[in-house]
Design a protein around this ligand. Sequence first.
Ligand code: ASP
Length: 323
Amino acid sequence: MQKQKEMQKQKVSIAIHGGAGTISKANLSSEQEAEFRKTLKEALMIGHASLLANEDGALAVIKTVQHLENSPLFNAGVGAVYTYDETHELDASIMHGKDKNAGAVAGVKTIKSPIAAANLVMNESVHVMLSGEGAESFAFKHGLEKVSNKSFDTPHRLEALKKAKLAIQEDEQAFYQHPEHADYKFGTVGAVVLDAKGNLVAGTSTGGMTAKRYGRVGDSPIIGAGTFADNESCAVSGTGHGEYFIRFNVASDICARMKYQNISLEQAANDVVNKVLKGAGGTGGIIAVDKDGNISMPFNTEGMYRGSVDTEGNIYIGIYGDE
Ligand code: ASP
């Protein structure tokens, strides 16, 4: 009874993202905008309901991310961007703040839900990250659904690849460095939660960057770069130019700053995204939740698909920079 009361008192919160980039009102029709807002809200509500039902934070993260993986709007699962060779190579990771257990898959091609595969690696293997064929055979041995690589195809991503290839042929260096090319990769998805037991969990799933070269691995499956969770500080999922997130260890840096500098989540997240990352020329954003359920979602791009439900139950959905 006492335990039940404590559980009811424990507040939950959740934040999600669907990618950061050159997202402006001029780039989205009102129908497209409505679709994005609808799908973000659905994902958010799935995760929040899971948290309210006292399910483990990892389950809430998986359910939320899977909803976004299944939507063609986002660069994860169906709707993943294309590699230079016109295939899809998917990356995902999950981390549990209670014991800092973590799992990741990189460069997988036929696993329907990469976030579920990352969770399997976390729970059922002695490893943290599996890549390529090894990750796939492990996932299928444990019963995950296999799909054809083509099932992730969408016409709009193919169109983006064609444009990207033309730009790369002109100047490859400029293509990867210029922030205006951020729209060739937006759509990565992620979720961070504080569950009813006080656990922080973070998960991220992506198709990576349009026209990425065979075997390129971004930040999303790298624990510390694109995903991090520690019950003593915060849970973070990132989206943006992965190479910078890896080099600046973005997700774990935010948690470390909170812990060692004794600063708020808001300050730590802003310092890393708007000072460190931006100062280095890295574009992107993050979503984070701390052990008290505070939420922070800074980004240094024009927009970031995002949403949250705070500990009071307030729902927020945002796309552009000024909302
Ligand atoms: N961070 C992802 C990557 O570099 C892409 C993105 O978030 O848009 O693979």
